[in-house]
Ligand binder design. Structure first.
Ligand code: SAM
Length: 259
């Protein structure tokens, strides 16, 4: 068996964000509930423009478009944007998908809502994380809101080592490690046993670049959002309806910041 190393865009993005994600039982129902929540808390109406930041394979963007929103969505992984475009065509909706970096958002006062779903925030150093929030703020209309769907730093999921049978082989995921002094959640390289290609696939440096996630507390994130200019910041304890208050035991920390 050959051993090879692959990057995020050229291999792992599709393994994690398409094959693995879509193998999770109930994921479509879960996505629908998340989108219902976004529509309600962001006060979205048919025809409103929405920005899906780090959209992955576009599952939420497509559902938002099916609800009548005009959706623009991007991800760093071109491989995921290809899957997203195919998905939109299959569902018969138009979404303006493109490949892009969240540190370079340069829309000006265009969107009623912006979303960052499945904990897609905190991948960089503090200055760059702030740059992401600034870009999102600038992209919103006055009165528009940004929704950050984050893990709750006081109630993190129980990370476990798992083997998952996927299309073409087996994925071994290693549990994240909490680096408490740094306030970071550190991801560890996964392994894919490619039974079709008779090879073992390891992660190269590029695949690991977004593995470390800064876990901000509610107070920190509020201060950051207020620093970039958001006027109102609210917290919820789940990413589904009905709205629940955010507590230390909540399953998520969902932040809604309004310009
Ligand atoms: C946890 S996934 C969430 C994907 C999607 N929002 C969802 O809920 O399924 C995080 C996503 O962030 C993307 N990403 C990582 N760094 C990025 C960057 N600098 N700019 C844009 N997207 C990025 C990854 O490719 C990945 O698809």
């Amino acid at each position: 068996m050959e051993i090879v190393e692959r990057g995020w865009n050229d291999f792992w993005a599709v393994v994690f964000r398409v094959k693995h994600r879509r193998s999770i039982p109930g994921i479509h129902e879960y996505d629908r509930m998340v989108v219902d929540f976004c529509v309600e808390v962001l006060g979205l109406k048919e025809g409103d423009e929405v920005l899906d930041i780090a959209c992955g394979a576009g599952d939420h963007s497509i559902l938002l478009a099916k609800r009548g929103m005009k959706v623009t969505a991007f991800d760093i992984a071109e491989s995921l944007i290809r899957v997203a475009l195919e998905g939109a065509a299959e569902e018969g909706v138009e979404v303006d998908f493109y490949t892009g970096d969240m540190r370079e958002i340069n829309f000006v006062q265009r969107f009623k809502g912006a979303v960052m779903l499945s904990h897609s925030f905190g991948f960089f150093d503090h200055e760059e994380n702030m740059r992401v929030l600034e870009g999102a703020y600038n992209a919103l209309l006055e009165g528009g809101s940004l929704l950050l769907d984050l893990m709750n730093p006081y109630n993190l999921p129980r990370f476990q080592k798992t083997w998952t049978r996927l299309d073409g082989g087996y994925l071994l995921s290693e549990p994240h490690v909490i680096d408490a002094p740094a306030g970071m959640l550190r991801g560890r390289p996964a392994t894919f046993i490619d039974t079709e290609g008779d090879r073992i696939v390891l992660a190269n440096e590029d695949a690991l670049s977004n593995n470390d996630i800064r876990m901000y507390t509610a107070l920190e994130i509020r201060a950051m959002l207020e620093d970039v200019g958001f006027k109102r910041v609210e917290f919820y304890g789940a990413n589904k309806l009905p709205r629940t208050p955010y507590t230390a035991r909540s399953e998520r920390m969902v932040v809604v910041a309004t310009r």
